[in-house]
Design a protein around this ligand. Structure first.
Ligand SMILES: Cc1cc2nc3c(=O)[nH]c(=O)nc-3n(C[C@H](O)[C@H](O)[C@H](O)COP(=O)(O)OP(=O)(O)OC[C@H]3O[C@@H](n4cnc5c(N)ncnc54)[C@H](O)[C@@H]3O)c2cc1C
Ligand SMILES: *[C@@H]1O[C@H](CO)[C@@H](O)[C@H](O)[C@H]1NC(C)=O
Ligand SMILES: *[C@@H]1O[C@H](CO)[C@@H](O)[C@H](O)[C@H]1NC(C)=O
Ligand SMILES: *[C@@H]1O[C@H](CO)[C@@H](O)[C@H](O)[C@H]1NC(C)=O
Ligand SMILES: *[C@@H]1O[C@H](CO)[C@@H](O)[C@H](O)[C@H]1NC(C)=O
Ligand SMILES: *[C@@H]1O[C@H](CO)[C@@H](O)[C@H](O)[C@H]1NC(C)=O
Ligand SMILES: *[C@@H]1O[C@H](CO)[C@@H](O)[C@H](O)[C@H]1NC(C)=O
Ligand SMILES: *[C@@H]1O[C@H](CO)[C@@H](O)[C@H](O)[C@H]1NC(C)=O
Ligand SMILES: *[C@@H]1O[C@H](CO)[C@@H](O)[C@H](O)[C@H]1NC(C)=O
Length: 643
């Protein structure tokens, strides 16, 4: 170890790194607070990734000769969070906000991984040093492309929830502020960096957010004045064909928290297995997606993504790094598997069951009013489809379809795509026959483009479009419609009428016909029980004009949450909605997103995060906090305070 005089005048003890801890010191001493733990098989049944062997320990902390080691110390389970004034998390500008000296000390301990937030679109604003019209054009042209936001340390895909404070523009009268984006992000590549960031945020009373891709429909990965932990670069993946771990033996894949859907599917194609991940190409399959449940084109056969998880490596709110399995800690394992991201800890990797290679038939088609297709015939065609939902889901298939109003008395239906796992084209046509016969009888033209692929990747890649993100004039809501709605003829009529009412009023329906029974052999988890008997995850949205005032937007959001979605809720009041593709103002979100699991999840939240380090809007325990939003909208642009 070589002493190093830091630019701040503090004497740091440089810990020289090497993988084994005993090899010759590397040429350049590193001031980062980290030590390498030998990577043997943990109780997870698979070795740690290299990034996970680099840890913060009591030993490392005791060697840091700082006068404020306390700032980076591990937590005890007492309430050790020092909240600032009015029981709020410390905010930029507060006396208690860390000094620039402290931020640079933190950055040194992180080995330079700290990034001060510059809003993605700052290049469009002449009063920012980053002003650059060429860069602004790239950001503007690609604003709706999910890759752009996933690759940024702070940006999210739903600008409404950061406060729309720095949008791409060519209007020089607009302003750009950091708004509801986190103030700093740590670009993590080691467990030690996550531990340091957690300890620092907890000890300094800062708000903490975890950002992976920024997909979450309610902006759960952003927060004004927060320290962000950006997991995007934790990309390791390892396949174990004959894994033997707690409670399960068979093929698994271990994925780092930053792995995205297209990446795991690419590996799966190469090695000949099938993984249960999302349909969206850039969704983070080992982050918020899996922690909130995760529906998949494979769900009607294998259940939710979270049902596949057999072990996790996690950094807890107290900063400790632990392996979590059914055997090591059944309570935490249960809560992490479905209780939502950013709530109980930061997952650095998950080990998930995978399945044999399987063939898939993909079909896309559409029909619409016009010609001989009257509005009544159109709806009869849609109804004939709805009637088939139990059979189609029970056959193991998954379908993503859109129904929307396209003008006065005109409607369109788009199958985009039908994903018939383990079906040949002939088997798919047999499954569709009752519906297609009815469309024929009604005289509705439709021309399926149907192709068989011998593996999941090719089918998924051909079938699912890259979604458009980052609209600033739209919000979503959803419902998990239960099988019971199909088991009673008048309730099915009511369900159909509810959908028709919504669509006719101009709100599009983007829905999945699927089921998600708990995978056989998977221990019970905390995924929303409403998933277990659903036949349709239905999403709709509302929008407003670009010049709408905040008051108008607020009114529209409330009408949407209560009245528009209320029509759906009324058909199945006991059911729920999927937290990761949800409505931010969902009434009684505890019941809707967590169902009967809520009380236990809340108790476990108090046990594992007694100081409330982790907060996400509509997360477990979020009712104990409020964001003092600056524009009276339900966004993250304001101080986070205890209620
Ligand atoms: C275009 C698009 C397509 C989608 N497709 C699907 C789909 O097919 N199936 C489906 O089920 N959902 C889908 N979703 C919803 C998706 O599951 C959620 O947006 C989910 O929150 C994404 O997780 P993430 O980690 O990628 O995103 P983020 O927004 O970065 O994170 C979401 C939440 O998880 C937390 N989090 C992230 N990583 C970690 C971690 N390592 N440890 C602890 N907490 C963490 C964050 O703090 C945040 O609270 C889609 C969303 C979009 C926008
Ligand atoms: C460390 O202590 C010295 C002397 O008490 C003080 O001047 C300095 O500001 C402290 N540094 C930090 C980062 O708190
Ligand atoms: C506090 O933590 C210790 C050590 O992790 C644990 O044994 C104890 O049960 C915890 N106490 C509470 C009240 O959770
Ligand atoms: C981003 O924008 C540029 C033009 O400004 C374009 O050439 C490029 O293809 C875009 N990238 C994506 C991913 O859309
Ligand atoms: C984040 O860290 C990774 C290495 O883990 C590096 O490749 C990447 O360039 C960094 N990104 C930023 C924005 O600093
Ligand atoms: C409408 O129906 C008539 C009678 O069945 C048929 O001749 C005609 O081709 C149909 N038109 C279209 C556009 O399908
Ligand atoms: C696919 O279908 C066959 C019967 O046609 C069945 O034996 C097999 O188990 C199915 N595979 C999967 C993955 O469901
Ligand atoms: C359902 O609606 C259809 C069509 O409007 C109607 O004929 C049928 O009687 C209704 N069934 C019940 C049980 O209400
Ligand atoms: C928004 O612009 C439209 C015209 O494009 C106008 O009719 C409407 O009144 C404007 N609304 C507000 C709130 O300014």
């Amino acid at each position: 170890m070589a002493p190093l005089l830091s630019s701040t005048g503090l004497l740091l003890t440089a810990l020289t790194l090497s993988a084994s801890c005993q090899a010759a010191p590397s040429a350049t001493p590193v001031a980062a607070a980290v030590t390498a733990i030998p990577s043997s098989k943990t109780s997870a049944g698979a070795p740690l990734f290299h990034s996970e062997t680099l840890q913060l320990t009591d030993g490392v902390l005791s060697k840091l000769q700082l006068n404020n080691t306390r700032l980076f110390a591990f937590g005890n389970n007492a309430s050790d969070l020092s909240l600032g004034k009015d029981s709020c998390k410390v905010f930029p500008g507060d006396a208690a906000w860390p000094s620039s000296t402290t931020w640079s000390l933190f950055d040194r301990l992180l080995d330079g991984a700290l990034i001060k937030t510059v809003p993605l679109a700052a290049s469009c604003y002449s009063d920012w040093p980053q002003y650059d019209s060429d860069k602004c054009k790239v950001v503007s042209d690609n604003w709706t492309v999910s890759y752009l936001h996933a690759a940024d340390p702070a940006s999210i895909m739903w600008p409404l929830y950061e406060g729309r404070t720095c949008l791409p523009t060519d209007d020089s009268s607009e302003t750009c502020t950091v708004g509801g984006y986190s103030s700093y992000a740590v670009n993590v590549s080691t467990v030690a960096q996550i531990q340091l960031a957690i300890n620092f945020a907890r000890n300094a009373g800062l708000r903490l957010v975890v950002k992976n891709t920024g997909h979450d429909f309610n902006g759960k990965s952003t927060g004004a004045g927060a320290l962000g932990i950006w997991t995007h670069h934790l990309k390791d993946m390892e396949y174990y064909e004959d894994y033997q771990g707690p409670g399960y033996r068979g093929p698994v894949v271990k994925m780092g928290a930053g792995v995205q859907a297209s990446e795991i599917y690419t590996l799966a194609k190469k090695l000949g297995f099938t993984a249960v991940g999302g349909e969206g190409k850039t969704v983070g399959v080992a982050g918020g997606y899996v922690l909130g449940g995760g529906h998949s084109p494979m769900s009607s056969i294998y259940g939710l993504a979270v049902d596949q998880v057999v072990a996790m490596e996690v950094v807890l709110a107290n900063g400790r790094f632990v392996t979590v399995t059914e055997e090591s800690d059944a309570d935490l394992f249960w809560a992490l598997r479905g209780g939502g991201g950013g709530t109980y800890g930061i997952v650095t990797s998950v080990i998930s069951r995978v399945h044999p290679k399987v063939g898939v038939t993909v079909s896309t088609f559409n029909f619409a009013t016009g010609g001989n297709v009257t509005v009544d015939k159109f709806w009869a065609g849609v109804r004939a489809y709805l009637d088939r939902f139990p059979d189609n889901a029970d056959a193991g298939t998954y379908a993503y379809f859109w129904v929307m109003s396209t003008g006065a008395n005109s409607f369109s239906f788009l199958m985009n795509p039908y994903f018939a796992v383990n079906h040949t084209v002939a088997q798919f046509n047999t499954l569709m026959k009752p519906w297609f016969d009815e469309l024929d009888r009604l005289g509705i033209p439709y021309t399926p483009k149907t192709t068989y692929y011998d593996n999941y990747y090719d089918a998924w890649d051909a079938g699912f479009p890259l979604e458009t993100v980052a609209s600033t004039v739209m919000a979503t809501g959803s419902r998990l419609f239960p099988r019971a709605n199909w088991e009673d003829a008048s309730l099915l009529n009511q369900t159909f009428d509810a959908l028709k009412t919504t669509i006719t009023a101009g709100h599009p329906l983007l829905a999945f016909n699927m089921k998600a029974d708990l995978l056989e052999g998977s221990p019970e988890n905390s995924a929303n029980p409403a998933f277990r008997n659903t036949l349709m995850h239905a999403i709709t949205s509302t929008s407003w004009s670009a010049n709408a005032t905040n008051t108008q937007i607020r009114d529209e959001l409330e009408t949407f949450a209560n009245d528009v979605l209320g029509v759906w809720r009324k058909t199945c009041p006991e059911a729920g909605a999927y937290m990761s593709e949800a409505n931010i103002l969902e009434p009684d979100f505890q019941q809707a997103f967590y169902g009967s699991n809520y009380d236990r999840l809340y108790k476990l939240k108090q046990r594992y995060d007694p100081t409330g380090l982790f907060y996400t809007p509509t997360g477990v325990g979020s009712e104990d906090w409020t964001v003092k939003s600056q524009d009276n909208l339900p966004d993250q642009n304001g101080r986070l305070c205890r209620v």
